[in-house]
Design a binder for this molecule. Sequence first.
Ligand SMILES: Cc1cc2nc3c(=O)[nH]c(=O)nc-3n(C[C@H](O)[C@H](O)[C@H](O)COP(=O)(O)OP(=O)(O)OC[C@H]3O[C@@H](n4cnc5c(N)ncnc54)[C@H](O)[C@@H]3O)c2cc1C
Length: 518
Amino acid sequence: MLPNLLTDARIRAAYAEGAGIYRIVPSAVAIPRDVDELAALVRWAAATRTPLVPRGAGSGMPGGNVGSGVVVDLTRGFPQLALDPERRLARAGASVTWAALNDASRPYGLRLPPDPSSGAFATSGGMVATNAAGPRSVRYGSVRRWVEAVEVVEADGTVRTVRRGAGSGERFALTADSRRLIAERFPRTRKNSSGYALDRFAESGDELDLLVGSEGTLAIVTAVHWRLDPIPADLAGAALGFSDLGALGEAVPFLVSLNPSALELLDASFLRLIPNAPLHAVLLLIEFERETAAAARGVVGDAVRGLKHQVVHVETALDRAGLDRLWEVRRLASPALARLPTTQRSLQVIEDGCVPLERLGEYIAGLRAAAERRGVPVAIFGHAGDGHVHVNALPDTTSSGWRAALERLFADGTDLLVRLGGVPAGEHGVGRLRAGLLERVYGAEVMALFRAVKHAYDPLSILNPGVIIPAADWTPLAALKVGEGAAPIPDDIATRLRDIERNAAWGTPKAALATPNP
Ligand SMILES: Cc1cc2nc3c(=O)[nH]c(=O)nc-3n(C[C@H](O)[C@H](O)[C@H](O)COP(=O)(O)OP(=O)(O)OC[C@H]3O[C@@H](n4cnc5c(N)ncnc54)[C@H](O)[C@@H]3O)c2cc1C
């Protein structure tokens, strides 16, 4: 049975924004209650050529979760979670969050190792669709490595399970020439959520690798079979301050060689926003998970000794509580950004670039210089061990020319990434924002392969059109949620969406926003 299509203006407004920069009011919202309703909806969309925008919590940054078609809210209908601790597997419906999965796995000493900071609300469907990652991905990779199978509804309404090891399927195959092209053109970064993972598909021969990271453009995920891992017994870590970015060139590869479970970076541009934070050019936070306390402490000693001539600040933590205290500075980012003056908005336009590890210092220096040149303050932080940093651009949106400055910063950031052999998304995906950049990053021939993948899975282009494959009129910094020209929505809903953004409260049911406050 087809789910209700909700067309009330207030409901549509409640789904007009996700995290990130856009406000696009959808034509309708559907909240399917199960796979059958979703399949019926997709068949209807195919028959009527109606674009669908699959959506989880809406915490994705680059605009894959908003659009002018029918937004399909997948946070309600797919809550089932079944664990098989013996085989270290879990089957989670698309609505199940990272936190719920890990809460259920913890009593068995198990967990899903990649740990997005948004785990409290990011859904299983959203994480697979973006190939999400987190601080621990330096050791455990992105979620791709932990997906055993996905249940999907395809663009014609067929329901199917695609498993690891089951081969490339019937829809899309690579020729020997395209394999050579992929080997040549895919950048050598440790993480990548920028377009279809043809490199991984070529390597594994598994269709699953095309679906992971496909951002709702090839199929809609209704369940994920996760592989779980034992929680290591012990951990220890350190905070290491450096007085200049140049030190990263040696320090980061050295620390990565010690096999950390997290290696995070806070740039001076970020530290200045945090009250009482140590003010260094860069602060690295490192965590080592090991099987014994002695091993964890030993490797912290190795790290500190190995860098003693470069660091200007060292604090170590030899247990979980101490480590939590050291990492507090990292967790204060969201509250600090929430305290910015109301005129200064955090706009994520170049927020997810990933470069080869040895180019990280150069990338950050280039970002700082571009921000200075364009007069847009930024806060830079991220996953040093993967050569991957997030950038929050913080323009004063009441100043004249802020929009043009942001556009120039976007262009500068792209030039820099291309020059350094990087990718525009390490873990957040391409969305609408970066769709038009892919051709520059990979070249026209790989882009043609991306289009062929899209056509093979979604020939009518009803699944998230404009995401990954750019719309003909791609204008990345149009349809902003800020400033003149933002689509009009009721004030109370705009305020509540802003509160969600400031407090990272993406778990809030969006349909509830449509009910007027008493
Ligand atoms: C404060 C904050 C911190 C964050 N930290 C991290 C982090 O550490 N690591 C990280 O990787 N990301 C992070 N993110 C980004 C975001 O949380 C992730 O991209 C997450 O995986 C998105 O999940 P979601 O359920 O919110 O999906 P949405 O935002 O709703 O959707 C994201 C994309 O996935 C598609 N999609 C969603 N569900 C499905 C489905 N069931 N089937 C098919 N396609 C679907 C959508 O169409 C869209 O293209 C952060 C975001 C915020 C706001």
